[in-house]
Design a protein around this ligand. Structure first.
Ligand code: 13P
Length: 257
């Protein structure tokens, strides 16, 4: 983390978990234990149908509500899809874009991710742009080239003033939901490379201001070490964000004086 130049952001990604009533219960548990969060922003991205319930439940918690996906078109005959404007109208500030599960199961390409990034930015929200390599890519030694391509693809055509609003989440696919975390050094190295890619596109001052998160089996045991890396400015947390006590411990790790 480097709080002098950029925000620390701890974000949950609930994926396809939690009903509206479970959301309410989670918030009640959280209310009992939530500390005064001074040094980081906290948010949870919830299934779209639960955004109103989460907004109501998290109101006094200082946890913002984010979405897990968006469609890039503004409106029209796209059955089942949700536009950026619709999310914005519900009070959403953050939207996850390009999560590896969407790339893998719903065939999202870098071009689609780029269109979604633009849609989210144009609506005045912050995209949390996910990038990450497979185990095979890591073992072949092409991680840094692969990630640089994903970052460049996602940011194509994004103006510098809008980039300041973007968050990049480095999520190695092999670490998601597997209990296998990247070591702090591995994660820190890729996040530094991501910042270097941004620097080559936008210059040092802007690159310094962009929040880069790590995601992939982040938990109360490894959070502090991962966050001690200079280029890791927060976490995107799946499994551990479903449990109030674990999510709280990760927030605490980021909220140290
Ligand atoms: P886990 O924390 O469950 O590994 O999930 C990470 C993730 O995919 C967050 O977007």
């Amino acid at each position: 983390m480097n709080r002098r130049y950029r925000k620390t952001v701890i974000a949950g990604n609930w994926k396809m978990n939690m009903t509206a009533s479970e959301t309410k219960k989670f918030a009640e548990e959280m209310k009992k234990i939530m500390p005064r969060v001074k040094w980081c922003e906290t948010l949870i991205c919830v299934p779209s149908c639960n955004i109103p319930a989460a907004t109501k439940a998290f109101k006094d918690l200082r946890i913002s509500v984010g979405a897990e996906n968006v469609y890039f078109e503004g409106r029209g005959a796209y059955t089942g899809e949700i536009s950026a404007e619709m999310l914005k109208d519900l009070g959403v500030k953050y939207v996850i874009v390009g999560h590896s599960e969407r790339r893998q199961y719903f065939c999202e390409t870098d071009a689609v991710v780029n269109k979604k990034v633009h849609a989210v930015l144009d609506a005045g929200m912050t995209p949390i742009i996910c990038v990450g390599e497979s185990l095979e890519q890591r073992e072949t030694g092409i991680t840094s080239e692969w990630i640089a391509l994903q970052v460049k693809g996602a940011l194509h055509g994004v103006a510098a003033d809008k980039l300041r609003r973007c968050i990049i989440a480095y999520e190695p696919i092999w670490a998601i939901g597997t209990g296998k975390t990247a070591t702090a050094e591995q994660a820190g190295e890729v996040c530094s490379n991501i910042r270097a890619t941004i620097r080559s596109l936008y210059g040092a001052r802007i690159a310094r201001s962009v929040t880069i998160q790590y995601g992939g089996s982040m938990n109360p045991k490894n959070a502090a070490e991962l966050l001690s890396q200079p280029d890791i400015d927060g976490g995107l947390i799946g499994g551990a964000s479903l449990k109030p006590d674990q999510f709280l411990e990760i927030i605490n790790a980021a909220n140290q004086d």
